[in-house]
Design a protein around this ligand. Structure first.
Ligand SMILES: [Ca+2]
Ligand SMILES: [Ca+2]
Ligand SMILES: [Ca+2]
Ligand SMILES: [Ca+2]
Length: 442
């Protein structure tokens, strides 16, 4: 007898006749003097395979791979009615808990194929080869993840400058977006000469990682850009900028790695700093006099936040924002992977810090790239994009000595360990000779 709130372990020992083989389902029930409406709390069942020296068993589960790691973790439920085929001939269908089995007396290679249930994609290979010897059992699990669809947000279509929708300055102008439809949203806002504007996103969807770019009144010239701002709790973006002249300016919001569809929600709002603060902001300063950031603390953040989930972190992880950046030095060759599944999470990105002197010529080269495409971008020491980008190489003549960051992110929506989806990155630095005029004494 257990009191309410206590727990215990019940062990059953089952005796089986020696000539029995194949699967059994053992059902265990507990009863209580109080009613529990959830039947699952009172019973559980376990599959048992009884071996035979003349037979082999192949068994496993088709399951909802909620975290996309390819492993059936506790709490991940089975998917029923999924067809599994052995050797192209024999088929079976998964039970209510996703369980299936085959019994064979044929040694050697067997090919098992899962037919994906409608509305799911696979997180493990659908075809698995099993080399069988009799008297053994072999487990083959299949992970699947439910695809989902979502409607376009209320501002579509806003995919290009000519389709840009207006936003009001002020917290009341906050707009709710998703990248369900596509990963490109344009807006316009009215700025006044000398006004200091803080443009902030809260990219709270699990697969949202906003990149914010501000363009001039013609929409042609990039004025400022940011991926992740200082102190952001996730991968949200912020730009603080002073308008040189009144006009209608353009803002472009994109999602990293071009991710669209479910869980890409974000909000965007613009606030204008009160004129009294102007003396702290000339010409463009993104901190107040107490070295704290303005803007975001005006608004509670929504949940859940974006997630980059590392399936098999390379040796430089975690380096997903400029604040978490690793280090790279001239002559170094680094091997990285993009290991976050973009169908479930935000895509991985790798940020590296480096120090350089004025007039150095710095080269970053993606020496090899495997099953992905890379985007290289440079950021300053405050995480502001410098608008210097490349796909496999950047050659940059350093204007001012300092600490900078290189971000490498995927363009293709693939993921995996470094041998599956990865790249090798080399940094080189050319220090031009300093020429000193001789001092001639006569
Ligand atoms: Ca759009
Ligand atoms: Ca971001
Ligand atoms: Ca990585
Ligand atoms: Ca990373």
């Amino acid at each position: 007898m257990l009191s309410s709130g206590e727990h215990g372990v019940i062990v059953y020992t089952v005796l089986v006749n020696p000539d029995v083989s194949g699967p059994l389902v053992n059902l265990a029930r507990i009863s209580s003097t109080t009613a529990d409406p959830a039947l699952g709390n009172n019973q559980d069942f376990e599959h048992t395979l009884i071996g035979s020296p003349n037979l082999a068993t192949i068994y496993g589960w088709v399951y909802e791979d909620m975290n996309g790691n390819g492993i059936k973790d506790p709490g991940e439920s089975g998917i029923p009615d999924v067809i599994i085929t052995m050797d192209g001939i024999t088929t079976t269908t998964t039970a209510v808990d996703g369980w299936y089995y085959f019994i064979t007396d044929v040694v050697g290679d067997h090919i098992l194929v899962e037919s994906d249930p409608v509305g799911y994609f696979s997180t493990t290979p659908n075809e698995v080869q099993v080399v069988v010897s009799l008297g053994n059992s072999y487990r083959v699990d299949y992970g699947d993840f439910a695809l989902c669809t979502c409607p376009p947000d209320n501002f579509e279509n806003d995919d290009s400058q000519v389709e840009a929708k207006p936003i009001q300055v002020g917290l009341w102008g906050l707009q709710e977006y998703t990248f369900c439809d596509d990963s490109s949203d344009w807006i316009t806002f009215i700025a006044k000469t000398g006004g200091v504007y803080t443009i902030t996103t809260d990219s709270y969807g699990q697969r949202a990682d906003t990149f914010l770019a501000l363009y001039d009144t013609s929409g042609d010239t990039l004025l400022a850009a940011n991926d992740d701002y200082q102190g952001a709790p996730d991968y949200s973006s912020q730009i603080v900028w002073q308008a040189p002249v009144s006009g209608v300016y353009y803002i472009h919001m994109t999602n990293r790695a071009g991710l669209t569809c479910c869980q890409t929600n974000y909000q965007l709002w613009i606030v204008e700093q009160p004129p009294i603060n102007l003396r702290y902001f000339l010409p463009i300063i993104n901190k107040d006099n107490q070295n704290k950031f303005y803007g975001i603390n005006n608004l509670p953040l929504a949940n859940p936040d974006g997630v980059i989930y590392h399936l098999c972190p390379d040796t430089y992880e975690v380096d997903d924002t400029w604040e978490q950046a690793g280090v790279i030095v001239p002559g170094e060759l680094q091997l990285h992977s993009f290991d976050s599944n973009p169908l479930i999470y935000s895509a991985d990105k790798d940020v590296l810090g480096f120090d350089v002197s004025a007039y150095d010529v710095v080269t970053f080269t993606v020496v090899t790239v495997t099953n992905t495409q890379t985007l290289l971008e440079l950021f300053d020491e405050n995480g502001n994009a410098l608008d210097i980008t490349g796909t496999t190489q950047i050659v940059w003549r350093v204007p001012d000595a300092g600490h900078y960051y290189l971000s490498v992110s995927p363009v293709a929506q693939t993921f995996g360990c470094s041998d599956v989806v990865g790249y090798q990155l080399r940094m080189e630095r050319y220090v031009p000779p300093r020429i000193y005029l001789p001092i001639i004494v006569r």
